[in-house]
Design a protein around this ligand. Structure first.
Ligand SMILES: Nc1ncnc2c1ncn2[C@@H]1O[C@H](COP(=O)(O)OP(=O)(O)OP(=O)(O)O)[C@@H](O)[C@H]1O
Length: 236
């Protein structure tokens, strides 16, 4: 399990997370939903080693992650797809993937890229294209591929669907579910709650830095008042 326990975080001297708990099981998709500014991205950045925390614990299969550098968190099996689907625009898609595979032994790079392309086959025809020529959805696929090249046991995706068309989002949702079927524990951070709850089995609602609700996604879908009271319409 990836577990977050009583995580307290300040940014710019202001409290952002007030002691949150969260668990992600291997082979499942867990949703973290919440309104703008609730603290979703801050949670991801804290787990990834990109933000210092005040107190709490993050464990990946029992291994403490807090205060590790981002590279060490990645080496410990936790990869992140950051918000904004950014790729290196001047590099080809293949070179974007090679950069992400930099931590692997040279003899394993080609095989690792090929394995990832089996999950994201639409990138095969784009390998020679420069990153800047891709659509937003294709860039997001490259970002997912880059994270998978670390062969993570846990994958944190910050805003999978932001700014992307419904057709692309549907395909990305299938990819996320396929990644979970392969055994990876996925934490899906979304403002688009309908998507998050349709692909996840567990859900967590963050409201102004506090975990307001945790349970099954099915139970949350059956209680739209919880989302409304968290300033989230279920169809938003
Ligand atoms: N660089 C920063 N310095 C100081 N405070 C910040 C910084 N970035 C975000 N915050 C604050 O931290 C709080 C949580 O922001 P965060 O980005 O984690 O929320 P979020 O739920 O991911 O929202 P969004 O979906 O809008 O990104 C907000 O009050 C925000 O103003």
């Amino acid at each position: 399990m990836l577990t977050i326990e009583n995580l307290v975080l300040q940014r710019g001297g202001k409290p952002v997370l007030h002691g949150i708990d969260l668990a992600v099981a291997p082979g499942t998709v867990t949703a973290l939903v919440g309104a703008n500014g609730a603290g979703k991205s801050s949670t991801v950045m804290a787990v990834a080693g990109a933000l210092p925390v005040q107190s709490g614990q993050v464990l990946a299969d029992g291994l403490p992650l807090l205060r590790l550098r981002p590279e060490a968190v990645r080496a410990a099996g936790v990869a992140v797809v950051p918000e904004g689907h950014r790729v290196l625009g001047e590099l080809s898609v293949l070179d974007n993937l090679r950069v992400a595979a930099g931590g692997l032994p040279a003899t394993e790079v080609a095989g690792a890229i090929d394995a990832v392309l089996q999950t994201l086959p639409e990138l095969r025809g784009k390998l020679a294209d420069p990153g800047r020529s891709l659509s937003g959805g294709q860039k997001q696929m490259v970002c997912v591929a880059q994270a998978l090249l670390a062969r993570p046991r846990y994958l944190l995706i910050d805003e999978l669907s932001l700014g992307l068309s419904p057709v692309v989002v549907k395909r990305l949702a299938e990819i996320v579910q396929e990644v979970a079927r392969q055994g990876v524990g996925v934490l899906l951070i979304e403002q688009f709650t309908t998507l998050a709850l349709s692909v996840s089995s567990q859900a967590n609602v963050l409201v102004r830095g506090r975990m307001a609700w945790s349970g099954t996604s099915r139970a949350l879908l059956a209680q739209p008042d919880i989302l409304h009271s968290s300033y989230l319409a279920p169809t938003a």
